[in-house]
Design a protein around this ligand. Structure first.
Ligand code: ATP
Ligand code: AMO
Length: 434
């Protein structure tokens, strides 16, 4: 490996150090040249003085932005450098020269529109603010996964190619699979349940789900990073919400602890109150929308985008960015519905975070007769789901789970306007590259 210390790890206690990274920017004051070097942890100023090191100065004067260099020298404390430290180099190595000026500004505060940024994503992610989104994302996912490992969940991998869609027949991407048609997975839903039926008990999967939806919103994409969870032996959907709430808290706390630099760069502050997330029924949600806002969703069996936003505003005022809405009517066949004694239509919940749906989940129907009846009622042909139903002919623990949109989570944590900013190479109906 090339010798180097990450910029974030350089301290004034070090007399000398070696850093490596891209030339972020240069400033020539005549006889004194400042070179900002950028690595994935931050930027650091290096100062070259003509009278002290004329050869080195001449070499540094030739540096183009985005050239990769390695610098060794003395670490010096100064109020005048961003970060309070600067490097006085004694050695400069050009590792890889930038052959052209970047077509997208990396170092200047020039806002390109999102589409241009995404077209030039390899340059766009060089921008420290954009880069911070992905370092935040990695830290959030690390913490989230760790919570599940600590709670004795196992990580699984289910196929991305299959013959049936879990979320209904529409919105599937067909692919040519040898001599027949297959589909990209919309959700690992059916496999999660098969595994819990088989005794896996507590599992999670970080995977991709594909939805061929026509959309033009700031919170939909065609390829979604999904954090899926399933657990057995639940009493009801509240056990599932507990897991969702606790793991989200752990992820957000870890981000606040370990990603302060990223949050500062993004000017984001994802706080959660100590009190539990409110859990309101679907009917209560509709009542709030009607009474507080005079709003009636067009489809009375679902919350619309505006309804979610208004509920978000309502609860944000009470200090709650995260709210569960429980008991949506007319849901997919796999949710437990019409349970005797329940005052809700189903045991399905959505978690709204900052006024947008972040996850959906609930308790599943584990009785095969009720499951088949539910499929028939919803116009789903049970014969197409034989591989799934088969598992329910043997013992199946009561179970539940949820799917959380990782991209939406990052959008919320980093306070981004558009979900695509949270994805390195997003896919939408008009974008299949880069
Ligand atoms: P599902 O309801 O299938 O779980 P989802 O997880 O994609 O869908 P959202 O998209 O957040 O959830 O659905 C909530 C609301 O978002 C919908 O009631 C609708 O108002 C809006 N919405 C959903 N899909 C689209 C779309 N393709 N274009 C515009 N708005 C949409
Ligand atoms: P659902 O279809 O609600 O549930 O998806 C779960 C979560 O995935 C995210 N999401 C999306 N994000 C971006 N673009 C999209 N087009 C998109 N569609 C969904 C959302 C959503 O809350 N099988 C169930 C989960 C379960 O019950 O376990 C499912 O897939 O954040």
């Amino acid at each position: 490996m090339l010798e180097r210390t990450y910029i974030d790890d350089v301290s004034t206690d070090d007399e000398t150090t070696t850093i490596a990274g891209h030339v972020h920017d240069t400033r020539d004051l005549g006889g004194i040249l400042f070179v900002m070097v950028r690595d994935r942890t931050g930027t650091m100023q290096a100062v070259f003085k003509e009278d002290r090191e004329p050869d080195l100065f001449a070499q540094a004067e030739e540096l183009d932005r985005e050239t990769v260099i390695q610098l060794s020298g003395e670490v010096s404390e100064t109020d005048q450098a961003p970060g309070g430290v600067e490097l006085v180099p004694t050695d400069l190595t050009i590792v890889s020269e930038a052959k052209e000026a970047p077509t997208l500004e990396v170092s200047k505060d020039v806002d390109a529109d999102l589409s241009t940024r995404l077209d030039n994503r390899h340059l766009d992610v060089r921008d420290p603010e954009t880069r911070a989104v992905f370092s935040l994302r990695s830290k959030a996912m690390e913490a989230m996964k760790q919570w599940f490992y600590d709670e004795s969940f196992e990580e699984v991998d289910t196929p991305a190619l299959s013959t049936a869609g879990a979320e209904g027949g529409a919105d599937l991407f067909p692919v040519v699979y040898y001599n027949r048609e297959a589909y990209l997975s919309q959700s690992p839903q059916l496999y999660k349940q098969l595994l819990v039926a088989a005794g896996f008990d507590r599992l999670f999967e970080v995977g991709h789900a594909f939805r061929a939806e026509e959309f033009a919103t700031s919170r939909h994409v065609s390829e979604i990073a999904m954090f899926d969870v399933e657990l057995g032996y639940v009493e009801d959907h509240h056990d599932v919400m507990d897991v969702q709430e606790q793991s989200l808290r752990a992820a957000i706390e870890a981000v606040q602890e370990n990603a302060q630099r990223e949050l500062d760069l993004l000017d984001a502050d994802p706080v959660l109150p100590e009190e539990p997330f409110p859990r309101l029924t679907f009917d209560e949600a509709l009542d709030i929308l009607e009474e507080e806002f005079g709003h009636f969703p067009d489809d009375p069996t679902d919350l619309d985008t505006k309804g979610e936003r208004l509920l978000g505003e309502h609860f944000a005022e009470q200090g709650h960015p995260a709210v569960f809405v429980v008991g949506y009517p007319e849901e997919k066949f796999y949710y437990k519905q019409n349970v005797e004694g329940d005052d809700i239509a189903s045991r399905k919940f959505d978690l709204l975070y900052r006024g947008e749906e972040l996850s959906s989940g609930g308790q599943r129907e584990h009785d095969i007769d009720r499951l088949i009846a539910m499929m028939e009622q919803q116009g789903v042909n049970p014969e197409n789901f034989e591989f799934y139903l088969e598992a329910f002919r043997y013992g199946v623990p009561p179970h539940g789970g949820y799917g959380l949109g990782i991209d939406r989570l990052v959008k919320g944590l980093a306070d981004l306007d558009n979900i695509k900013e949270a994805i390195l190479f997003p896919r939408d109906p008009d974008r299949l590259e880069p």
